[in-house]
Design a protein around this ligand. Structure first.
Ligand SMILES: Cc1ncc(C[n+]2csc(CCOP(=O)(O)OP(=O)(O)O)c2C)c(N)n1
Ligand code: SF4
Ligand SMILES: [Mg+2]
Length: 346
């Protein structure tokens, strides 16, 4: 693995790093809230739960930067906000640039003695539209700068939700969105498979020491991932899957259940890549190690109105693709390379 450029640089990065203890159970979860009342997200919005957990885990000495989307608009309606920490809006697609600029600015001010040298967390969040589509190049750039401490959190509600549920590259195959409605001529309008964001970023950014997936239905796991990301040094990345009551079309009381079902069916894989080592987490680990069978994807899909138009062959196709990711990928659920078989060689 690549060594940092100079010893001074390593020392500088370390000096301004948080030291966190892992949260071992609900009793150790901090009581302080830094994302409180005053937001106008939908009832049952899991992305807002992600915001709450993210900043609860990070604590008071945190600057949050938010790219345009539901988590910007609904959380900072004119003259009101739920953020208790310093907060700034950044352009849709700019989470990576905002994180890097802020981390670099803090570093320069500390180096010049203009502010106290102390650990200050820099977290930039973006949606799937702002992160996996429009802002991918800025995130990629940020993840190559090992001398800045920052976390980019991509909250994935699987559509451009704020502007009325347009399809994104993280919308699931076949889902109805306002840009991909099911109709008479085409039952399946959106026929692209979801991008594998963490797999892609982990494979391509060898300087990045921490990348993970997360889900609000495993809250402590998520908070510990945020803490690891903020204390390991350098740029880090977390991708969460967040049930969205409006875009996915279900009763808000099922948000938590749906998040968990995404993991139990193997559609969403919980893992982290820490210092270039892959570790599966929670239910995904049990599935990978053969202790828990995957539930059929139909159980998850049938609970959401956006898949109401599915017929048997659609469920079968979806199941086949998820089976492939677990049974044929070299690192199941993580990297889409299959081992070359003798049959393929011929
Ligand atoms: C450059 C640019 N294009 C379009 C918009 C309009 N816009 C605002 S929020 C948004 C949706 C963003 O989707 P996503 O990043 O997934 O966040 P979500 O709304 O789902 O939380 C769009 C298209 C914008 N603000 N800036
Ligand atoms: S549309 Fe979805 S992501 Fe946006 S506030 Fe509502 S539930 Fe949350
Ligand atoms: Mg979105």
């Amino acid at each position: 693995m690549p060594e940092p450029i100079t010893k001074d640089e390593v020392a500088e990065v370390r000096e301004t790093l948080q030291k966190f203890v892992p949260i071992k159970g609900v009793r150790q979860v901090p009581l302080e809230e830094f994302f409180t009342s005053g937001h106008r997200t939908c009832q049952g919005c899991e992305s807002s739960v992600i915001m709450k957990l993210m900043v609860k885990a990070a604590g008071a000495r945190t600057i949050v930067l938010g790219s345009t989307g539901c988590m910007y608009v609904a959380n900072t309606t004119y003259y009101s906000t739920s953020w208790v920490t310093p907060w700034m809006h950044t352009q849709l697609g700019s989470a990576g640039s905002a994180a890097m600029g802020t981390a670099a600015g803090l570093k320069a001010l500390m180096r010049k003695g203009k502010i106290k040298k102390e650990p200050i967390n820099v977290i930039a969040f973006c949606g799937d539209g702002g992160g996996a589509d429009m802002g991918l190049s800025a995130i990629s750039a940020a993840l190559t700068h090992r001398d800045y401490n920052l976390l980019i959190l991509l909250y994935d509600n699987e559509s451009y939700a704020n502007t009325d549920i347009q399809v994104s590259s993280l919308s699931p195959w076949g889902a109805c969105t306002s840009f991909s409605p099911s109709g008479k001529a085409k039952r399946i309008m959106h026929n692209r498979w979801k991008k594998n964001v963490v797999g892609m970023l982990a494979a391509g950014h060898t300087e990045c020491k921490y990348l993970a997936t997360g889900n609000a239905s495993d809250a402590i796991d998520l908070m510990n991932k945020v803490r690891k990301a903020l204390s390991i040094g350098g740029p880090t990345f977390i991708h969460t899957l967040d049930p969205c009551t409006k875009g996915w079309d279900y009763d808000p009381m099922f948000s938590h259940e749906l998040g968990k079902l995404a993991i139990e069916t193997g559609i969403w894989v919980q893992y982290e890549v820490e210092n270039h080592k892959l570790r599966m987490n929670g239910i995904s680990k049990n599935i990978a190690e053969g202790r828990t069978p995957r539930k059929p994807v139909k159980e998850y899909l049938l609970k959401q109105g956006r898949f109401n138009h599915f017929i048997d062959e659609d469920f079968a196709y979806f199941q086949k693709k998820v089976d492939e990711q677990w049974e044929q990928w070299w690192l199941p659920g993580v990297i889409p390379f299959a081992k070359e078989t003798e049959a393929v060689k011929k």
